[in-house]
Design a protein around this ligand. Structure first.
Ligand code: CU
Length: 157
């Protein structure tokens, strides 16, 4: 009887976890980040994710391989950045803040993922003193179009 009750309680907890009632338990994610040798801002972004409690495995690719992977994955060439990460079925291109990735994983839109084109100063991993460029995080749709997912930088957040 005791065992039965315990099993029952566990399955209730598992179900709650599956539908996201416990945001703290559900938010730590496993990332695979692809970068190319010597990209210090890529590694700085990986540290930003780890500081948020996530696991990050780093894969080093040759520049040509990295670019081919991005394009094969559906990232428009004009919107590419330095590193590309995969998390939970989504692509994360560039210096996307961890809080936006949490929002993506919570809302799970029908899309390829998030991107921050280029390398804006002041984005996570691109810190430079107090300098903060305004930049947008874009949601990349499956048809290659984008929409603004979040705005950061000089304007109030
Ligand atoms: Cu970078």
């Amino acid at each position: 009887m005791t065992t039965e009750r315990r099993v029952c309680r566990r399955s209730v907890w598992m179900a709650a976890l599956a539908i996201g009632i416990f945001p703290v338990a559900a938010t730590a994610a496993s990332f695979e980040m692809m970068t190319t040798g010597g990209c210090s801002c890529c590694h700085a972004w990986a540290r930003h994710l780890r500081a948020g409690g996530h696991d990050v495995v780093v894969k080093d690719l040759a520049m040509g391989q990295l670019m081919k992977m991005k394009l094969d994955a559906g990232i428009p060439v004009a919107l590419t950045a330095c590193h590309t990460a995969r998390v939970d079925g989504y692509l994360i291109e560039g210096h996307v803040p961890e809080q936006d990735i949490r929002k993506l994983l919570a809302e799970r839109p029908d899309a390829l993922g998030l991107l921050v084109p280029g390398m804006p100063i002041g984005s996570p991993g691109m810190e430079s003193g107090d300098k903060r460029e305004a930049y947008e995080v874009l949601l990349l749709k499956k048809d290659g179009s984008t929409e603004v997912f979040a705005k950061h930088g000089s304007q109030p957040e």
